[in-house]
Design a protein around this ligand. Sequence first.
Ligand code: G4P
Ligand code: NA
Ligand code: NA
Length: 191
Amino acid sequence: MKILHNRILKEGQALNENVLKVDSFLNHQVDPELMFQMGTYFKNYFKDKGITKVFTIESSGIAPAVMTAMQMNLPMVTLKKQSSKILKGDVYQTTIHSFTKGVDYELTLSKKYINSEDKILIIDDFLANGEAAQGAARLVEAAGAKVSGIGIVIEKSFQTGREKLTEKGYDVYSLARIAKLGKDLIEFVSE
Ligand code: G4P
Ligand code: NA
Ligand code: NA
């Protein structure tokens, strides 16, 4: 997605070799027009997959996910992060370990918002080691539903996430794929 590449080059800041800061349009301030255009890309890629719902993980996945769901005319469900391990009500829950942040959290989905017939598109802002996406997929599969696609805004291709997800057979589509980060350096995967 050319305009996303340009925004990343213009406003993105590589904090080190591993972390890209994009607070001006995705993680803190949000550019709704750009989010809408992301939604168009995701819709065009996934439109023939029989998707019934768009899932995302709070909080930065919500903006691109809702814009995608709107254009696909589908509901959007936010998977919630809870720190407690206590099961409340009728929920599916799974533990996720974040390597980037060094914390564990419980990803939670109410049983009300999924059924075994669902074909789910998971959207998230970043793909690093794929822990969040795999956790979201575990919740979908615990309900007997299918993960029909994974849409990512920014994939860090030098980390292990994409490889793990494609190995498991998931269809991963990323709008920007970063090959390398460094001081004053942001390099995309050549397509
Ligand atoms: P993983 O799921 O792919 O294994 O990633 P990881 O747990 O390591 O990521 C933890 C959090 O850090 C996630 O946000 C993720 O989006 C974010 N993240 C990972 N790499 C980068 C990066 O290079 N730049 C930025 N800006 N964020 C990154 P989160 O804690 O779930 O919160 P939220 O931002 O969605 O609210
Ligand atoms: Na996120
Ligand atoms: Na994030």
